[in-house]
Design a protein around this ligand. Structure first.
Ligand code: 2P0
Length: 350
């Protein structure tokens, strides 16, 4: 039997609290603005990826949730780019497996392409598991730069806890720096803020009609609000959010999170033609969070929505029971959220 290598890895989802939306360089996947996210526990939402390397595989192949994606072996695709960058590193490290190809099977434990960051955990897991299979020396910052080229938000899933992806890397020193230079950094680890808990409320598991990659570039081309947001709003919010996280200031964290989600969806509405990711249930939950905070007499919960209708609620741990009661009351007896399987609970994690 000839030589081969196999590994299986998992990667977590991350949910942005300052939102990435828009590329200033499509080829290199560099963002129009910085972003900050929280990495969720892998207990509920995770990607699991198995890699098999062999000198006998004539090409890279990838199966996502059991279905083959032909882009893995198609030159110039984002998938092919990740495989190629990993092998480039392997060659640089003088690795004997550098010319081998990979067969990859990847599974998500949650709905794919429904605005739940499946491309984030998916590409993070691909970069990480390929690196392990090839036996690379490269650290997570380099792998984050590779994952970024698969999907921008994926660069943040290489780290646990509270994670930033800066706008920057204006002056790349070399082509290698251009490829690997823009990557995420950990602001605080998963143990930093024990009071923080997270609910994911599944409003719809359907695949979104406008993909993030195409939607964000229509926004960049057509939305004056996005241009203003990227230049004048996000830089100050990045700094304010860093401070809120460092000080474990839930009031500031929650307000910034909700404001940034609202402004991101406003830029979607300001896009021409407009993009609608929220639905009536999403908007009901937004109002419920504001009512809940009023009733509690303090900001106890904050919603955020990605490119889809599903709600992520960051909440003070002590308010979890009251929040679940509030959600249940909203949907009783109407046929809204089902009781089983439609809400996940998570810590800030891993
Ligand atoms: C984020 N989203 O920061 C934002 C918030 C959606 C809303 O990153 O084209 O799948 O693959 O770089 O990362 C979704 O976009 O886009 C996203 P690509 P990605 O999490």
């Amino acid at each position: 039997m000839s030589e081969s290598a196999s590994v299986t890895c998992t990667a977590p989802v991350n949910i942005a609290i300052i939102k990435y939306w828009g590329k200033r360089d499509v080829e290199r996947n560099l963002p129009t603005n910085g972003s900050i996210s929280v990495t969720l526990s892998q207990k509920a939402l995770r990607t699991t990826t198995s890699v098999h390397l062999s000198p006998e595989h004539p090409a890279d192949r990838l199966w996502l949730n059991g279905k083959e994606d032909a882009n893995a072996s198609r030159a110039g695709t984002r998938l092919a780019k990740v495989f190629d960058l990993i092998r480039r590193l392997a060659r640089q490290e003088g690795n004997p497996r550098a010319e081998w190809h990979a067969h990859v099977a990847s599974h998500n434990s949650f709905p794919t392409a429904a605005g739940l960051a499946s491309s984030a955990s998916g590409f993070a897991c691909l970069a990480f598991s390929l690196a392990k299979a090839y036996g690379l020396q490269a650290g997570n910052d380099v792998l984050s730069g590779i994952a970024r080229q698969g999907s921008g938000s994926a660069c943040r899933s290489l780290f646990g806890g509270y994670v930033a992806w800066e706008h920057g890397y204006e002056e790349a020193a070399s082509p290698e720096d251009e490829d690997f230079g823009s990557h995420a950094v950990q602001l605080a680890d998963e143990g930093h803020w024990p009071e923080m808990a997270i609910f994911v409320h599944i409003v719809s598991a359907e695949k979104k009609t406008v993909s993030s990659t195409s939607g964000m570039q229509t926004t960049v081309r057509t939305s004056p609000l996005h241009t203003y947001r990227a230049a004048h709003v996000v830089p100050a919010r990045m700094e304010a959010m860093r401070q809120a996280i460092a000080a474990r200031d839930f009031d500031a964290f929650a307000k910034l999170t909700m404001e940034d989600s609202n402004q991101f969806h406003a830029t979607c509405l300001d896009t021409y033609p407009p993009i609608f990711y929220l639905n009536d249930t999403s908007r009901d939950l937004i109002q419920l969070v504001h009512r809940f905070n009023e009733q509690q007499g303090a900001i106890m919960a904050a919603y955020t929505y990605d490119a889809g209708p599903n709600a992520v609620v960051y909440i003070k741990r002590e308010a979890c029971r009251a929040w679940l009661d509030a959600v249940a009351a909203l949907y009783r007896p109407a046929n809204g959220l089902r009781a089983n399987g439609d809400a996940w609970f998570s810590d800030a994690h891993d």
